[in-house]
Ligand binder design. Structure first.
Ligand SMILES: Cc1ncc(COP(=O)(O)O)c(C=O)c1O
Length: 379
């Protein structure tokens, strides 16, 4: 192994860059001691809403809880079908089952890896024909930093009367047709997991909506279903608040967020140039700007991927497979799947490989990763 390893995420370098601002924000919270729903939470909610042009933002305890709260607010439960891509992180499907509803897995576009609108329509029609479940909601995922095809997804959802939830956990900061993500669906969930483009130093998330009624419900649900006072319990909720300390850290990081996205985009362009002709580099969603949470390449087959991954490991370079199995093949979900083949998700899972991309990565690192891949493939 080389002693100059290249990590997937370098939180130490990030702290060296942002240190004084982070420490000042943390110090302010230690001074005022309002650790639960302190002023930083409201300040962050206001700034995030401004950032993406949303009417309302509600800070919550994680991206997963953001998804769950959004579905709880719609009363989604047993007998309801919630459509979502098969190629995503488990949290997208998990919240559906936690609420007793049924996830219906949909195949993806082979080029962009986003949920395939034509496959979605076909799945909704099939569920309607079978008449065992009520089609209730669509969770569209903006995968790897790129937006899903929201104009088309919105049309399909409107046609079938579905609630639309944007799982934007990986893609806050991305743009579609010039507009930042955050208003593409009836509600948008984001995550502050440390590896996300806007990552905190612990768990956290937020919900955006244009609806004041939904925003009020989200605030109630994140605080045990409370009403106008703390001991006024209107509904079953959860303990799903965003910590003040996380909000303070995120406020310090938000100032640097646009520059970080620009840095990620520059690195992606360098990878594109260095890897052209060697592997399939990421295809851009038309008229969009990615937040570059993940830079994922496609190898010819799983054997080539294993060779490349071994060579990277040998050189001290991190890589990761998002996702080795589509969700409908996971033990937790198999029994909830109707058995339909989802061939694109199944094939992509065997060939995909994510390479390091983060704002503290230098251009030399991109050259080293690319040279290692070139050598592993025998070019
Ligand atoms: C697509 C997707 N949805 C939901 C989540 C859940 O977010 P969190 O880890 O903040 O709960 C994640 C990431 O972790 C994700 O990648």
């Amino acid at each position: 192994m080389s002693d100059q390893s290249i990590a997937f995420l370098d939180l130490k370098a990030q702290q060296a860059r942002l240190g004084p601002a982070l420490r000042a924000r943390i110090e302010a919270v230690l001074t005022h001691c309002q650790f639960i729903l302190g002023p930083e939470v409201t300040e962050l909610e206001t700034r995030l809403a401004q950032f993406c042009g949303a009417a309302h933002c509600v800070g919550v305890s994680s991206g997963t809880d953001a998804l769950q709260i959004a579905l709880m607010a719609e009363g989604i439960g047993p007998g309801d079908a919630v459509f979502l891509p098969a190629f995503t992180y488990t949290a997208t499907a998990e919240v559906v089952l936690v609420l007793g509803a049924t996830p219906v897995f949909v195949d993806i576009d082979p080029r962009t890896f986003q949920i395939d609108p034509a496959a979605l329509s076909a799945r909704i029609e099939a569920v309607r024909r079978e008449a065992r479940l009520r089609p209730r909601a669509l969770i569209g995922v903006d995968l790897f930093g790129q937006p899903a095809d929201w104009p088309r997804l919105g049309e399909i959802a409107a046609h079938f009367g579905l609630f639309t939830l944007d799982d934007c956990a990986q893609s806050f900061g991305a743009r579609l047709h010039g507009a930042p993500l955050g208003r593409a669906a009836m509600a948008t969930a984001i995550s502050f997991f440390p590896s996300k483009p806007l990552g905190g130093y612990g768990d956290g998330g937020a919900l955006f909506t244009e609806s004041p009624a939904r925003a009020a419900l989200y605030r109630s649900l994140r605080s045990h279903g409370e009403g106008t006072t703390r001991y006024d319990v209107l509904r079953t909720g959860m303990n799903g608040r965003l910590d003040t300390l996380q909000a303070a850290i995120l406020l310090a990081k938000l100032d640097h967020f646009p520059a970080e996205i620009a840095a990620r985009a520059r690195l992606a362009a360098l990878y594109d140039a260095a890897l052209a002709g060697l592997v399939e580099t990421p295809v851009r969603v038309p008229e969009s700007e990615s937040a570059w949470a993940v830079y994922a390449i496609l190898l010819q087959d799983s054997a080539a991927r294993a060779r490349v991954q071994a060579a990277l490991r040998e050189a001290g370079i991190a890589s990761a497979i998002y996702y080795p199995k589509p969700l409908h093949h996971q033990p937790a979900y198999r029994a909830h799947h109707d058995g339909s083949a989802l061939p694109v998700a199944e094939a992509i899972a065997g060939r995909i490989l994510a390479l390091p991309i983060h704002p503290d990565l230098g251009e030399a690192a991109i050259a080293r990763v690319s040279a290692t891949i070139r050598a592993a493939l025998g070019f």
